[in-house]
Design a protein around this ligand. Structure first.
Ligand code: EPU
Length: 417
């Protein structure tokens, strides 16, 4: 079994460079099959979710070459095959192959997707969008079959501004006939990055980044070069490491605008930081002000930073609260933080954190990706040794986390026990 072992309470200084955004790259790779020619994508993070998607591309017959952070995908010889359960369950984002295959072949078959157990995670809005475009959706023995005689543009209102549904409908509508309008679309930066990629391949998409996205269907898409935006969640995680243990820890290759919900809360808590055009320098302070966060869709406070942020709240002087509104099951890190010494109570979807509490290293688990990030932060701060089990969750989403932290002074090791 692989574990992360952290000997905590070390000062962190130096520079951490942020990688490409996981939640953008995991959509760009399935989107690439819409092209009839090779596409090149730069700044792709080296994480296991990308390995899993590359395997699906190869299984479909696409040529894939990866060199450092560049991936070249030549989908000109792919065949439409049922994506097996072994492939689909490795990650959540396998569901983007549904929209991409439907767009390209008018037919997609895939077993149910996997991903972190942070809630029920239905995909009814994705399927409703496909149906509005003219597809018939059936689910049989954990396998979706989505088929259309023709895909025709439609006006689609999303009950919830879902990231996944917005991207999947954009993919399906790219090659549909006529005009599709998505109302109450999600506005996350990753959606803008995917729309830009599709437009670079010849799609006609406007309005990405606002709540109304318009897609005029095109017949063919061509090769292009594209770059993944920096990962705002990875950046936020290391910024929090700086607030907990930093001595002028510099996090670079960030887009400060994407991090405003976080930096405004850091200001409220009196975390000392300086922001430049593409970097932030953060230091630790003895005491912090307590605060409240409520997770919301972009540009609100991101749910993916809620668990890491809780660790900082354990160091605030007084009562802080976290209200989780996106996922029903995103407090699984709390029992482990309490085991390390925090005082956190969860009732309904609100966690109340009573600080400040010193943390002590213990044996804990990464129950999901961002809970794992919270455990790493707690381990960096804690006195003594923290051993984190189920590290595969963390490696799915954080490129080179061990080296990045070692390089700034952390005592962290990935061990086989
Ligand atoms: N929802 C539905 N029906 C749907 C789709 C979503 O009810 O058809 C609900 C969900 O249950 C949830 C809410 O809508 O309550 C928002 O879900 P959304 O579809 O926006 O989430 P997602 O696309 O499945 C992406 C990220 C998540 C991130 C959320 C919210 C990817 C691969 N995943 O998930 O990232 O938490 O958006 O920002 O892009 C992570 O990186 O750790 C992670 C979980």
């Amino acid at each position: 079994m692989k574990v992360l072992e952290i000997k905590g309470n070390k000062e962190l200084s130096g520079t951490i460079r942020i990688s490409g955004a996981k939640n953008s790259a995991v959509a760009l790779i399935p989107a690439a099959i819409l092209s009839d020619e090779q596409v090149t994508i730069y700044n792709v993070p080296n994480i296991t979710d990308i390995d899993a998607l590359s395997e699906i591309l190869e299984y479909l017959g696409s040529a894939v070459t990866r060199e450092q952070e560049t991936i070249k995908i030549d989908p000109s010889h792919i065949k439409n095959r049922t994506i097996s359960e072994e492939h689909s369950t490795k990650l959540r984002a396998s569901y983007y192959f549904l929209g991409a295959l439907l767009s390209k072949y008018k037919k997609a078959e895939m077993y149910f997707p996997g991903g972190c157990s942070i809630g029920a995670r239905p995909i009814n809005l994705h399927l409703k969008g496909f149906e509005a475009l003219g597809a018939k959706v059936t689910a049989n023995k954990n396998c979706y079959r989505i088929e259309a005689q023709e895909l025709k543009g439609a006006r689609i209102y999303l009950d919830i501004a879902s990231v996944g549904a917005t991207i999947n409908i954009m993919l399906a509508a790219t090659k549909a006939q006529g005009k599709t309008v998505i109302d109450n679309a999600a506005k996350e930066p990753e959606i803008v990055n995917v729309a830009t990629f599709l437009n670079n391949m010849g799609a006609k998409i406007s309005g990405a980044g606002t709540s109304t996205i318009t897609i005029i269907g095109v017949e063919k898409l061509h090769g292009c070069f594209h770059e993944v935006i920096p990962d705002r969640i990875e950046a936020g995680t290391y910024i929090l490491a700086g607030a907990l243990c930093g001595n002028r820890l510099r996090i670079e290759n960030i887009i400060p605008k994407h991090l405003e919900a976080l930096t405004s809360k850091l200001k409220d808590m009196h975390v000392p930081f300086e922001i430049g055009t593409d970097y932030i320098v953060v230091s630790k302070q003895k005491t912090y002000q307590p605060t409240k966060i409520k997770t919301l869709i972009y540009p609100g406070f991101p749910t993916d930073l809620q668990q890491p942020f809780t660790v900082l709240m354990t160091q605030a002087n007084g009562k802080s609260t976290v209200e989780e509104t996106i996922w029903e099951n995103r407090f699984m890190h709390v029992p482990y933080l309490n085991k390390m010494g925090s005082k956190i109570k969860v009732k309904d979807e609100i966690a109340t954190i009573y600080g400040p509490t010193p943390l002590t290293g213990k044996k804990v688990k990464a129950t999901d990706l961002r809970a794992g990030a919270a455990m790493v932060l707690a381990g960096l701060l804690a006195k003594g040794t923290t051993t984190i089990e189920n590290v595969d969750h963390i490696l799915r989403g954080y490129e080179n986390i061990v080296n990045k932290l070692q390089n700034v002074g952390a005592n962290i090791e990935l061990k086989e026990i």
